[in-house]
Design a protein around this ligand. Structure first.
Ligand SMILES: Cc1cc2nc3c(=O)[nH]c(=O)nc-3n(C[C@H](O)[C@H](O)[C@H](O)COP(=O)(O)O)c2cc1C
Length: 509
């Protein structure tokens, strides 16, 4: 066939194909129209056949597009673009300065800022973060200089490459990593990081055949040198008082072995520890685990009602300071989770801004601030948030979602659907392929190091030598009348300042 003849044939074929596509399109619209008007489940589709379907598409796509096209830098929740971008740049180890001026509005009530010193700490006077010993009365106390650590997220909620990257990154960055309540997996151990073993209400990974806490298992776990501390989870900010079901389909051979549960059967987590019904029970449990393992034991809780804390500290003082929990993690009501009911996530418990100063003050009141280390948890993903927690009285800060961002999380809000587009919370091997554990481990390490560095920058600007010397009078909070007030005035007595820390401190007011 000649060249022009071939062209004509191709054009004719394309024209026919185009007409066919149009016809097919019309046919599909007719079928959808009939389907929509004859169904009774969706009012919108029945009243607006075919076009009504776009509502569902736009609703689904909206959560993806909003963050790229419509939301301003400081607008989104749980984390805005400014916060996420800081973490991404810190994790990549690239320049984290911004140009022209701040986009943060310093006027709204509740805004926090720090009090710079006229004579900031010189680089040569800066000190590395001091080491802190947790559980001084244990056979194996834990002494660490780490400031910013990885909060509990189970293997199961997180994918295998995510856990591997976090454990390697934590080791390289000198932070500890909490196992979450899903037990100790080989991937936690693989990276060589210091680990905190979390004991959830189902006692996963540390239970006997009847689901009770097993001393034998505790001893086996404690034999791992890497496993430095044990944490009893009383509650979690996003879902206080909520247990859960691990459906049978998720209980494969590996998960069953790690958690100590029968394979291919539903597994129920009670909504509290059945064996902890009072502060006395809690102290008995802490003492038992500490004696069996020889390692520091503390608990994690979101504070709601708080009379029980006063009761706890009174009981500790009556029994002797050795009986105290070695640490307490206070989780914020707006903490994250893999999945939780909105009523608990949005409405239950106190946010950290209220609970952290309250618990720090109680520890001061009962002379336990030195004995019980205070760990703050909840939406502290940038240096200013961490510095605020240290000012208020925290000894350590832990983050879950900050580290998810370091792994590449884009806040797609799909953690409960096995469709996480970044491979962090999915068990779909195709999606996991995007998460290279070796590369992301370096990101985790960079994030830790840049966080600690920049909290140091804030501390030096305030005139102290290292972050743990930050005190309440170093931060102020904007009140309703538009004027700011020093945190030591707002919350009352500042924590006791150790001798030798007075240098360069700015008085309140
Ligand atoms: C995917 C995911 C899984 C979590 N799993 C646990 C868990 O097993 N145990 C726990 O105590 N908290 C769990 N949490 C809560 C976090 O440890 C943390 O307390 C909370 O997210 C607040 O910290 P953040 O604001 O830095 O994320 C989980 C959070 C997320 C996002």
């Amino acid at each position: 066939m000649s060249e022009p003849g071939l062209m004509v044939t191709i054009m004719e074929f394309l024209a026919a194909f185009f007409v066919f596509l149009i016809g097919l399109g019309v046919l599909v619209v007719i079928v959808l129209y009939i389907a929509d008007i004859s169904q009774t489940t969706h009012a919108i589709r029945r009243n607006y056949p075919v076009v009504g379907r776009f509502r569902y598409l736009f609703e689904h796509m909206g959560s993806f597009f909003r963050q790229y096209f419509f939301a301003m830098d400081r607008e989104e929740l749980p984390f805005n673009r400014a916060q996420r971008s800081w973490v991404y740049r810190a994790a990549k180890g690239i320049d984290n300065t911004t140009a022209f001026g701040s986009t943060r509005d310093l006027r709204p009530t509740g805004t926090v800022f720090f009090v710079n010193c006229p004579f900031p700490t010189l680089g040569e006077d800066a000190a590395p973060t001091a080491s802190v010993t947790i559980g001084p009365h244990c056979r194996t106390p834990h002494t660490t200089t780490s400031l910013f650590n990885i909060s509990g997220m189970s293997y199961g909620a997180l994918s295998r490459p995510a856990v591997t990257a976090l454990s390697n990154g934590a080791r390289m960055g000198g932070a500890w990593m909490n196992t979450g309540e899903g037990g100790l997996s080989p991937y936690h151990l693989e990276g060589g990081a210091d680990l905190v073993f979390q004991i959830g209400t189902a006692k996963y990974g540390v239970r006997d055949d009847n689901g009770k806490l097993s001393d034998e298992r505790l001893k086996e776990l404690a034999a791992h040198e890497q496993l430095r501390m044990f944490e009893i989870k009383l509650s979690q900010g996003a879902k206080p008082g909520k247990g859960g079901i691990l459906p049978a389909v998720k209980v494969n051979e590996e998960i069953a072995k790690i958690r100590g549960i029968p394979v291919h059967q539903d597994s129920i987590s009670p909504n509290r520890h059945p064996d902890i019904n009072s502060v006395d029970d809690l102290l008995v449990m802490i003492q038992r685990i500490r004696e069996v393992t020889g390692k520091p034991v503390g608990f994690k809780a979101v504070v709601g009602a708080y009379g029980w804390l006063e009761q706890l500290f009174e009981t500790v003082n009556a029994r002797g300071k050795e009986s105290a929990p070695d640490f307490i993690v206070i989780d914020s009501a707006d903490g994250g989770t893999g999945a939780a009911p909105m009523s608990l996530m949005d409405y239950m418990g106190l946010p950290l801004q209220e609970s952290l100063p309250m618990v720090a003050d109680m520890l001061e009141k009962y002379d336990l601030k030195e004995r019980i280390k205070l760990i703050a948890s909840g939406k502290m993903v940038t240096p200013a948030e961490v510095a605020w927690a240290l000012c208020v009285g925290a000894d350590f800060v832990v983050s879950a979602r900050g580290f998810m961002f370091a792994l590449g999380c884009i806040q797609a809000l799909q953690c409960n659907k096995d469709t996480c587009p970044t491979g962090i919370t999915t068990h779909n091997p195709i999606l996991q392929k995007g998460l290279d554990p070796a590369l992301k481990a370096v990101r985790v390490k960079n994030y830790i190091e840049n966080m600690v560095y920049e909290v140091g920058v804030i501390a030096h600007s305030c005139g102290v030598r290292e972050p743990r010397q930050l005190r309440r009078f170093h931060a102020r909070l904007v009140t309703e009348n538009g004027r700011s007030i020093s945190l030591d005035e707002l919350y009352g007595q500042p924590p006791v300042v150790a001798v030798g820390e007075q240098m360069n401190q700015v008085p309140s007011g």
